[in-house]
Design a protein around this ligand. Structure first.
Ligand SMILES: [Zn+2]
Length: 86
């Protein structure tokens, strides 16, 4: 089993620094918001799999940089077709 190291992370929602694992960018207080936004993006991508970050941002009113963070975390990936960051 590989050990996961805790490190200082910056929350992508409120900008607060907290102790967490590499690859996650959400503090405990923002976890619900994080999951809610993530679900919205996932639902949108299921409907429009060829959307890029800008289109998702405009359709859902979510900041583009936030969407890019989800992609960097490896949590968002195309369900089909081509998917580009911008
Ligand atoms: Zn936060």
């Amino acid at each position: 089993m590989r050990k996961r190291y805790k490190t200082t992370c910056v929350c992508k929602h409120c900008g607060k620094e907290y102790e967490g694992y590499i690859g996650t960018c959400t503090c405990d207080a923002c976890r619900d918001i994080d999951n809610m936004i993530f679900t919205q993006i996932r639902v949108y991508l299921r409907k429009y799999p060829n959307s890029n970050a800008v289109q998702i941002s405009e359709a859902l009113g979510i900041n583009v940089s936030l969407i890019l963070k989800y992609i960097d975390e490896g949590r968002l990936f195309p369900s089909g077709g081509s998917f580009s960051k911008i």
